[in-house]
Design a protein around this ligand. Structure first.
Ligand code: HEM
Length: 419
């Protein structure tokens, strides 16, 4: 592979941890090449960025997911033997279970549940000295995710379960205590959800037809068997955990409202198009998912680069969302850019690229966008608050990241109607 630039370091794992979200983009800019070779995670890998790279990455003839996710990520974020690591027909069939749950009416239902929860917070917040938005959001989202999915959850359990979902998500790039916290959270959550699945199968918990609990616990595969209990639990967690993780985007949305007050004014005008553009820009601009991994399925050549079977390939999500060929002044927060956006499947990839029904792209984008819209609408139109002195910076080397303070609000009041 002489044709593509190679990073000279013996191993880039340290640089990856230090540069985080910018690791691939820094080198793409340095080498003036969308593609380069590097040693990461103790193996030779190819890193790539941009729309063309995303198109290849999602070609199922060229890439597969089996064995692409490091064990430590399976032990925390994803779980083992879930949809993320499947290929071909097995993936397609499993993915259909997820797609069936995420229809437009279901997206709207979740948004409505979220808005009800936000509204119910107001009296409590009016009496509180300060409120940390991220903490409130994760609890609310955990409550509505379980309710919507049909998973019984006592009010006294909400905080602990929400914290466990968040611990799995924030273990992604972590080593040491945060990694172990994620592992414990996963083990505990899997045990809980396995028991719920078993109770449904034993007829002791009623799962409503069409709910996530019903689908994962009772679905019959082609051979008539049910999903293995452990796998059913992993997949049900694959529905619950990411809904809780929307708390991160909601916190960044609040930061955007604070940093760009002109956007807040436009959002007050009740224009649903602007609300949607604002939410899309939050998903593009702020860092959440950094990159994705897949393995080369069979040898091929692309852009003069030899892709050898079994090689790990990383696709730069963050860099593609900040690629100046795709986004004019990518480091400016400007919701209006989505007015002209044509909607390619491979240029705007905060939750992966391609067609979610056919490939690995996130099936939960509709849910994410609708819950974010409801939450931003609430923050702008239902309450007034102060943003006291706090540390709102976020690190680009921690993956995933979050504004340090979690976004503290004080002096919260209900906004008078008809203002
Ligand atoms: C996959 C991001 C919300 C369920 C993914 C992928 C990303 C992602 C980057 C991987 C795409 C790939 O491998 O090609 C996010 C972000 C979210 C979010 C940043 C915001 C919080 C959701 C929601 C759900 C969901 C709300 C479900 C309710 C899934 C599932 C997969 C997935 C099941 C695996 C798909 C597959 O392997 O075929 N998500 N997601 N996600 N997401 Fe999301």
């Amino acid at each position: 592979n002489q044709q593509i630039p190679h990073d000279k370091s013996l191993d880039n794992s340290l640089a990856l941890m230090q540069e985080g979200y910018l690791f691939i983009k820094n080198r793409v800019d340095r080498y003036q090449s969308d593609i380069f070779g590097a040693r990461v995670l103790l193996q030779n890998a190819i890193c790539m960025s941009g729309e063309e790279a995303a198109k290849v990455f999602y070609d199922p003839e060229r890439f597969e997911r089996l064995g692409a996710v490091p064990k430590r990520v399976q032990q925390t974020l994803f779980g083992q033997n879930g949809v993320q690591g499947l290929d071909g027909d097995a993936h397609f069939l499993r993915k259909q279970l997820f797609m069936s749950l995420m229809t437009l009416p279901q997206q709207k239902r979740l948004a409505e549940l979220a808005l009800n929860e936000w509204n119910a917070c107001i009296p409590k917040w009016e009496n509180a000295k300060k409120v940390v938005l991220f903490d409130e959001a994760k609890n609310i989202l955990c409550r509505i995710a379980c309710h919507w999915a049909g998973v019984p959850l006592l009010e006294s359990e909400v905080k602990e379960r929400a914290d466990d979902f968040i611990a799995m998500v924030y273990a992604f790039g972590a080593v040491g205590p945060l990694h172990w916290k994620g592992r414990r959270a996963r083990a505990k959550t899997e045990q809980w959800i396995r028991e719920v699945v078993e109770e449904v199968r034993a007829g002791r918990i009623n799962a409503e037809e069409g709910s996530a609990l019903h689908v994962m616990a009772l679905h019959r595969q082609l051979d008539g068997s049910r999903l293995d209990t452990q796998i059913a639990a992993v997949e049900l967690i694959n529905v619950l955990r990411p809904i809780v993780a929307i708390a991160t985007f909601i916190t960044f949305a609040a930061l955007a409202l604070h940093e760009y007050p002109e956007c807040r004014e436009k959002l007050q005008s009740d224009d649903d198009n602007y609300l949607e553009m604002f939410v899309q820009e939050v998903r593009r601009y702020y860092p959440f998912g950094p990159f994705l991994g897949a393995k080369v399925k069979k040898d091929f050549v692309w852009h003069d680069c030899e892709f050898k079977k079994g090689t790990l390939v990383l696709l730069d999500m963050y860099g593609t969302n900040h690629d100046s060929r795709l986004w004019e002044n990518p480091n400016e927060f400007r919701p209006e850019r989505f007015k002209q956006w044509e909607g390619s499947l491979f240029d705007f990839i905060p939750q992966g690229g391609g067609d979610p029904a056919k490939g690995h792209r996130c099936p939960g984008e509709g849910i994410t966008v609708e819950i974010m819209k409801a939450s931003v609408g609430f923050l702008v139109n239902k309450i007034q608050f102060d943003v006291p002195e706090q540390d709102l910076t976020f690190s680009l080397s921690t993956m995933p990241t979050l504004p340090e303070s979690g976004f503290v609000m004080s002096n919260i009041r209900r906004k008078p109607e008809y203002q």
